[in-house]
Design a binder for this molecule. Structure first.
Ligand SMILES: Cc1cc2nc3c(=O)[nH]c(=O)nc-3n(C[C@H](O)[C@H](O)[C@H](O)COP(=O)(O)OP(=O)(O)OC[C@H]3O[C@@H](n4cnc5c(N)ncnc54)[C@H](O)[C@@H]3O)c2cc1C
Length: 450
């Protein structure tokens, strides 16, 4: 299936928005790029979002064309459902062992018709919809997945053979597939392995995992998305439209007890965005945001916040101590009101959303031998001000939220920077910012000696 020893200029690891943009920027300059993504589709977290702050653009509408551009670019080879197993230095860069996990579907034959999915008798929680909706044991991972190819979940398959019978392409479903390893030779590597959310149930006192109507913000993204599980915003316990929704800010960031002492930067903005979208979807609902500080760091972000206040979203400065449930499964928030003499009150809501933070999605140390920062455990960048994408290992660059919490705009900008650094390295064997620093030093020397 795979040609051994493929040669590319650059390997991008991770197909979220940062990895896709870095791959496209390199490919547009004529470099040969391989993009390796561990999931069955590219798109990362962004493809699961409803709309994006601060423009409120439909997220699928802006992400899907990028995904498609990556898949169809003549200079990009896309490897989904693949993982890097090891890398070894060679005179031309790195020899990279990649494992293709078995899809049990022949990717060259699958047409994405989804007949296998429609006939499969097994219903499972839909991971893409944060387990709210259902999926089948075989199927295309989600409606806008790239590639539009089915994948079979062998762990949950009962081997009834219905998918094989209904599939119109001979030999497409292949229960005998095994993992295959192949080699990619790349001169440079860009790590764009992204982030994960702080576990929703990390703060036991907020009840997530036990109280059905306490959910995390990514779940609300799916509830609000046009491609979401219900087409409406309904609360999980009884399918009722919530009339009162509360956000608990810093529910996974700025918290020593979780080992996440940093600010995740995006949570204030996504909570404000979701509050506005909920106000549109549920015009009669009361929406409250319990916060410690509101951090609106980007262009147009403060105005976005002020617009939310003007829309009637309630902002309450207070630290939430805990969330428990009343007899109607309504979550009750116990909060200290900082602007009201530190009074402690309990307020019931229909649904509580935890604004969870960002933690690293991948540890690059075992395979890429790239260190992580001691304070936040994201990829360590020796000179973050001058060379924000350059790791301490020659030819290995990092971008997007693999380096630290950031929003989509910053991911795009940083992906461009990583592509520029990589292109300079491919041309000259050293990164652009290192060259600039060296020439600046030479310039300084010349000045001193002049
Ligand atoms: C609830 C919520 C709402 C948000 N709303 C907004 C918003 O409105 N506006 C905004 O600007 N930002 C928003 N964000 C932030 C935005 O989602 C991120 O900034 C962006 O998606 C990060 O992209 P990324 O490519 O760095 O990481 P990711 O999206 O995490 O992509 C990383 C990719 O790498 C893959 N990967 C990981 N490890 C490996 C490996 N070892 N091998 C191969 N592949 C690997 C992953 O599967 C994934 O596809 C929101 C975030 C959340 C949680």
């Amino acid at each position: 299936m795979f040609q051994e020893n493929r040669q590319v200029d650059a390997l991008v690891v991770g197909g979220g928005i940062a990895g896709m943009q870095a791959a496209l920027d390199l490919a547009d300059q004529g470099y040969q790029v391989a993009l390796v993504e561990k999931e069955a589709s590219i798109g990362g977290k962004m493809i699961a979002l409803s709309k994006v702050f601060p423009t409120l653009d439909c997220c699928s509408c802006i992400t899907t064309p990028k995904m498609s551009a990556v898949a169809h670019h003549e200079n990009i080879q896309l490897f989904t459902y693949c993982e890097v197993q090891s890398i070894a230095e060679n005179p031309n860069g790195y020899s990279v062992q990649v494992t293709q996990k078995p899809r049990y579907v022949n990717i060259d034959k699958c047409t994405g018709c989804r007949l296998c999915e429609f006939d499969c008798p097994i219903d499972l929680p839909n991971l893409f919809d944060m387990n709210l909706g259902a999926r089948r044991a075989i199927g295309v991972p989600f409606s806008t997945a790239v590639p539009q190819k089915a994948v079979l979940d062998i762990e949950n398959c009962i081997l009834c053979g219905k998918c094989e019978k209904v599939c119109p392409v001979e030999g497409c479903i292949d229960f005998s597939q095994t993992a295959q390893t192949f080699t990619l030779n790349a001169q440079a590597i860009v790590l764009a392995t992204g982030f994960e959310l702080t576990p929703t149930n990390a703060k036991k006192e907020y009840g997530a995992g036990e109280l059905l109507n306490v959910v995390d913000a990514l779940t609300v993204e799916r509830l609000l998305a046009p491609t979401g599980p219900y087409g409406h915003v309904l609360r999980p316990s009884d399918g009722k439209e919530p009339e009162s929704i509360a956000y608990v800010q810093c529910a996974g960031s700025r918290d020593k007890t979780l080992g996440v002492e940093y600010c995740s930067r995006i949570c204030c903005m996504y909570a404000i965005k979701q509050a506005m979208l909920l106000a549109g979807a549920l015009p009669l609902a009361d929406i409250t945001i319990y916060y410690m500080d509101i951090r609106t760091f980007g262009k147009g972000y403060e105005q976005f916040y002020q617009n939310a206040r003007a829309m009637g979203i309630e902002f309450v400065k207070g630290k939430v101590a805990r969330v428990h449930e009343d007899e109607s499964q309504n979550p009750v928030v116990r909060v200290e009101l900082i602007d009201d003499g530190s009074k402690v009150v309990e307020r019931p809501h229909d649904m509580v959303v935890l604004s969870v933070g960002m933690v690293p999605g991948y540890d690059p140390r075992p395979i890429f031998k790239v260190p992580i920062a001691a304070d936040d455990r994201f990829i360590a960048i020796p000179e973050p001000n001058l060379a924000p994408c350059v790791t301490n290992r020659p030819g290995i660059f990092a971008t997007g939220t693999a380096v630290g919490p950031m929003d989509i705009v910053d991911c795009i900008v940083m992906a461009g920077a990583a592509a520029a650094e990589t292109a300079a390295y491919l041309q000259n064997g050293q990164s652009l910012s290192r060259k600039l620093r060296v020439s600046r030093k030479v310039g300084e020397k010349e000045l001193v000696h002049a």
